[in-house]
Design a binder for this molecule. Structure first.
Ligand code: FAD
Ligand code: DLZ
Ligand code: SF4
Length: 524
């Protein structure tokens, strides 16, 4: 080992063997630093499985690097001198190793990047912060695309990314089969029970078992079940999960992307986001595998295009959008939503069958699929006027794939329209009809989806009109949704009054969440 090695901190979502900070380095000139720190584990009270997944994946990653001959300095959460923060741990590591330089890849989150940018002033040795090239679109490319545009429509960004990657393109710059986006073919309601093949389960090994005990001991008051813990925690396992998706589920991924079935938590989704986001899977490689499935005739174009669009379209766009609008995005509340998140988001105790099933899946798996997050949980928060701070905290805490670069634009922009329409051209607001069409939830719900107002009516029905009515000033001029006001006006005062009174009665009945679910209670 060199007497003044290069110190390479690797954060919990940078578990990629080809990460830029390792490139060009040798096992003899570098020390890799990995840190389990209290600050990261508690800035919101993450779901127990999320902490377990990250700690276990970090410990396995460190073990693999050591097996490959690298020197890894691994700080465990319970180590005596652990300072509890990235900055504190890098400072201590500098004392231990006297490095010639610190090399780190930029953080994915604003909060952490602010801390990293203070390191050059804090530490006596040089600090180099490298771009994260695991994303396909650089910050500069996104800014270049966004500048001078009136609206940042994802579809146009996505086309640029198709051209850049060459995915599903024919030779002369045109999309394969002549169309960029086949979303219209991807809106099938569920058919019967839909016995989609389940994702593979991974039995916890000794490293994971130790982490599960640690999480139970230290984070017992956090939301969510710790067991069964089935997530992949190594690259090998994550690849096995991806193999199963490409072998068994991608074929039906497209058509049933928006379908919801009570008790069926995976359906045809890939369930790969927690592993992509912590670095165990490469997003571009996954898209190339999807394209290959199409070329080999194993999956139809609408499924493959849909999957690729989610990754090189939505995922990349969301990341660019986050950095473009931070730090203001975090506090945006253009609809002035002030209601507290209801307690049932944490307990699952509600008679609304759709919500209780989505919250159950969230609690059991630290996961819910996209349309559940968007059109059930998100739609409810939008219509009920839940304040964006509470909603952000909830989504950030409860999902194994949640980091604020991806959670925040989805919450603030996509579900709450709290950014005033920079991300979505209209609010994703819907009555019970939509949920009934796309799921089997309503038939056994204690509310009636066909009843519009009064006792026993599906709460989404009056909430929808209450939302439209209270935001008329802003929404009536929106070309995608404004026409709905002629339906509202045709109802007349009496019918409108019934909708508004039903909604208000329901809203008054909501019990606000007790403090301490999402964040530790502050002592006065
Ligand atoms: P699949 O349905 O198999 O989709 C494939 C991949 O596409 C996903 O793994 C993911 O990487 C990507 N993707 C799809 N939609 C989006 C999107 N809107 N934004 C970014 N990536 C997308 N995703 C997260 O990774 N982390 C989050 O914290 C997160 N928070 C969300 C909050 C809300 C309110 C909403 C509406 C969506 C959120 N999403 C988030 C996006 C999406 O719900 C999840 O990526 C998806 O459910 C993950 O499951 P999957 O891997 O089976 O996805
Ligand atoms: C989410 C998370 C958690 C719970 N704990 C840690 C940790 O102890 N150490 C670590 O390196 N990373 C952790 N992470 C992921 C980080 O929050 C994530 O890497 C950064 O926030 C990226 O900006
Ligand atoms: Fe949800 Fe309404 Fe359907 Fe019940 S009736 S499951 S509350 S949409």
């Amino acid at each position: 080992m060199a007497s003044n090695p290069i110190l390479i901190p690797i954060l919990g979502d940078q578990l990629t063997r080809t990460i830029p900070s390792l490139r060009g380095r040798t096992k003899d000139d570098s020390v890799i630093l990995m840190m389990e720190v209290w600050d990261e584990a508690t800035y919101v009270k993450h779901h127990k499985q999320k902490i377990a997944l990250i700690f276990s994946a970090m410990r396995h990653f460190a073990a693999e690097l050591r097996d490959a001959g690298w020197c890894v300095d691994y700080v465990k959460l319970t180590d005596d001198e652990n300072s509890g923060s990235f900055t504190g741990e890098v400072a201590r590591a500098i004392e231990r190793h006297s490095p010639s330089e610190v090399r780190v890849v930029e953080a994915s989150e604003w909060r952490v990047q602010q801390a990293l940018e203070e390191w050059p002033d804090k530490f006596a040795c040089p600090v180099e912060i490298l771009p994260d090239d695991r994303f396909l679109c650089t910050h500069a490319e996104f800014e270049d695309w966004a500048k001078d545009r009136k609206s940042l429509t994802m579809e146009f960004f996505y086309r640029e990314m198709r051209k850049k990657t060459g995915l599903l393109m024919d030779g002369d710059g045109k999309p394969k089969c002549g169309e960029w986006n086949l979303d219209k073919q991807n809106r099938e309601p569920p058919k019967g029970e839909m016995d989609a093949p389940r994702r593979p389960k991974f039995e916890p090994d000794n490293i994971t078992r130790e982490v599960l005990d640690l999480v139970t001991d230290k984070f017992g008051d956090h939301f969510g079940d710790i067991e069964p813990f089935e997530w992949p925690v190594t690259r090998e396992e994550a690849e096995e999960a991806a193999d199963a998706f490409f072998a068994e589920r991608i074929e039906n991924f497209g058509p049933y992307q928006d379908a919801m079935v009570h008790g069926s938590d995976d359906l045809y989704h890939s369930m790969l986001s927690p592993n992509i986001n912590c670095g165990l899977l490469d997003p571009l490689e996954l898209c190339q595998r999807a394209e290959k499935a199409y070329e080999d005739g194993r999956a139809p174009l609408n499924s493959v295009e849909g999957f690729i669009r989610q990754i090189i379209g939505w995922r990349e766009y969301i990341r660019g959008f986050y950095w473009h609008f931070m730090p203001g995005l975090e506090s945006s509340n253009k609809l002035n939503a002030q209601r507290a998140l209801p307690e049932f988001f944490w307990t699952g105790e509600t008679d609304m069958r759709c919500l209780s099933d989505c919250i159950r899946s969230t609690k059991e798996n630290a996961h819910a699929h996209h349309i559940q997050r968007l059109m059930v949980l998100g739609n409810f928060c939008l219509l009920a006027g839940i304040n964006p701070r509470d909603v952000q905290d909830w989504y950030l805490a409860v999902y194994a794939d949640a980091y604020d670069w991806v959670e925040m634009p989805n919450v603030v922009g996509m579900i709450l329209y709290a950014d005033g329409g920079n991300l979505a051209t209209k609010p994703y607001a819907a009555s019970g009809n939509y949920i009934n069409k796309m799921s089997d939830y309503c038939k056994e719900c204690s509310y009636s989806v066909s009843k519009k107002t009064g006792e026993g009516a599906c709460p989404f029905n009056p909430l929808y009109w209450h939302f439209m009515d209270r935001h008329r000033d802003r929404l009536s001029s929106n070309h995608r949704i404004g026409r709905i006001y002629s339906t509202w006006d045709r109802m007349g005062d009496e019918k409108q009054g019934e909708y508004l009174a039903s909604a208000e009665k329901f809203l008054d009945s909501l019990e606000p969440a007790r403090k301490g679910w999402a964040r530790k209670e502050q002592l006065d």
